[in-house]
Design a protein around this ligand. Structure first.
Ligand code: NI
Length: 432
């Protein structure tokens, strides 16, 4: 792989401090950041490519820890409806018509959008995941994929487990480690405890984490109490789910006791404020979770319930909601919010050390933003800009594992015109 030297005006290191470093350089070799520091002299031929960015900022790539990429095909197909009605009347019937190739093109549509918004890694839960894996490998993005499992129908449940095992054997660690696989029991209300026992035994045998929806709506909590006598997090705890590595999406409706359980059992949470607001599900207790010591990362959920996959927008929403909800602007400073979308995301997906930061020996997953725009000037605090002022359209360049996926806002690994054509054509058939 070529040696690429990046010389931006500003480098934001990420990690705990989000230090702003001026006029330094980053050297990338074999997918890894091998040097960050003062600008040096090089002999001719030593570097394959120099990217200059006087008015640019380089930061770690954004990590979206919960989405259903191919649902981009259903963007704006069904809006302004409650979750269960939305699923039962619109989404599930349309999903019945989905074919493998639809999933591939829907995922490509989502990946195009994600790269354009500076997302370098995402966690996906859907079906026909072989085609999702194919889209990820071709596009160069990093991803953690889970086949969505429904256990209430025993035939579907068994088939799902079989598909999950084959997904793991075919794709786990594929693309030189860019892809990882999780097991994806959809939710406690679609996967009863007996089925979850089967899922857990596979997770233990094959040493893969679990990705589940948890405590998303008030109705889910009520039904869980009626059926099992326990709230969703309590139920999952009682059957031993949290003895495994778990990524739990939403976690909106939680008791004090459940917040304690999530923190103590080190469950990784994907906070999805945009989807929770749009579906009217509620507002997750982000600050209470963080105060209890829980691990919280950030996700967009699918584009059918968000309706975009813009992680900068999600970041702003998470920070502003917490401040407004607690009537206290100090609860989550910009640098803390940025961790949700970077380092915390890498941990939530159980990825290699260093991801989510710009440090020597970390994988070269980074993005560059153009600062030569009115809304990003002056430069009092670039971290504040990222959370409160920047948007997806400011991302100029995206690199994953040392490979350029976008430069000057042009996608380099995806035929975008073809993706738009195929996605529109298929979306029309699916929703007719
Ligand atoms: Ni979801």
């Amino acid at each position: 792989m070529p040696k690429i030297l990046i010389r931006p005006g500003f480098i934001l290191s990420g990690g705990d401090n989000w230090e702003v470093i001026r006029d330094n350089e980053i050297l990338v070799e074999d997918g890894i950041i091998v040097y960050i520091g003062r600008r040096r002299d090089y002999v001719v031929g030593e570097i394959d490519r120099i990217i200059d960015g006087k008015n640019q900022l380089v930061m770690p790539g954004l990590i979206n820890t919960h989405t259903h990429a191919a649902m981009a095909l259903f963007r704006s197909f069904a809006d302004d409806m409650p979750l269960m009605e939305w699923l039962e009347k619109k989404i599930w019937p349309a999903e019945e018509r989905l074919k493998k190739e639809d999933i591939y093109w829907g995922t490509m549509l989502a990946i195009s959008e994600m790269i354009r918004g500076g997302t370098t890694c995402f966690a996906d839960m859907y079906f026909h995941m072989d085609d999702v894996a194919r889209a990820c490998l071709e596009s160069g993005i990093r991803a953690s994929l889970a086949q969505g499992l429904i256990g209430i129908d025993s035939e579907k449940g068994t088939a799902g487990l079989k598909q999950s095992k084959s997904l793991i054997s075919s794709w786990h660690r594929a693309g030189e480690g860019r892809l990882t696989i999780m097991l994806g029991p959809h939710a406690p209300y679609t996967c009863p405890p007996r089925y979850l026992q089967d899922v857990m035994s596979i997770a233990a045998d094959l040493k893969v984490p679990l990705h589940i929806h948890l405590a998303e709506t008030r109705d889910e909590v009520r039904e869980c109490l009626e059926k099992w006598g326990k709230r969703p997090v309590e139920l999952m705890d009682s059957i031993g789910l949290f003895a495994h590595r778990v990524l739990a999406a939403h976690c909106v409706h939680l008791s004090e006791r459940e917040i304690k359980i999530l923190a103590e059992k080190q469950v990784f949470i994907a906070h999805n404020p945009g989807s929770n607001l749009k579906l009217g599900s509620g507002i997750a207790p982000l600050m209470n979770l963080l105060a209890a010591g829980a691990h919280v990362s950030l996700g967009t959920d699918g584009a059918a319930s968000n309706n975009n996959l813009d992680m900068l927008e999600e970041l702003r929403l998470a920070a502003l909601l917490a401040k407004g909800f607690h009537e206290d602007p100090t609860v989550i400073p910009a640098r803390k919010a940025l961790q949700l979308a970077t380092t915390n995301g890498a941990q939530a997906l159980f990825l290699e050390a260093g991801l989510g930061t710009l440090t020597e020996e970390a994988p070269a997953d980074l993005i560059m933003l153009d600062l030569l725009k009115p809304h990003l000037n002056p430069h009092h605090d670039l971290c504040a800009h990222l959370v409160y002022a920047a948007s997806a359209a400011d991302v100029e360049l995206v690199m994953v594992k040392g490979k350029l996926l976008m430069e000057k806002r042009e996608l380099l690994t995806i035929d975008e015109e073809m993706v738009l054509y195929e996605a529109n054509r298929r979306a029309e058939r699916l929703t007719r």
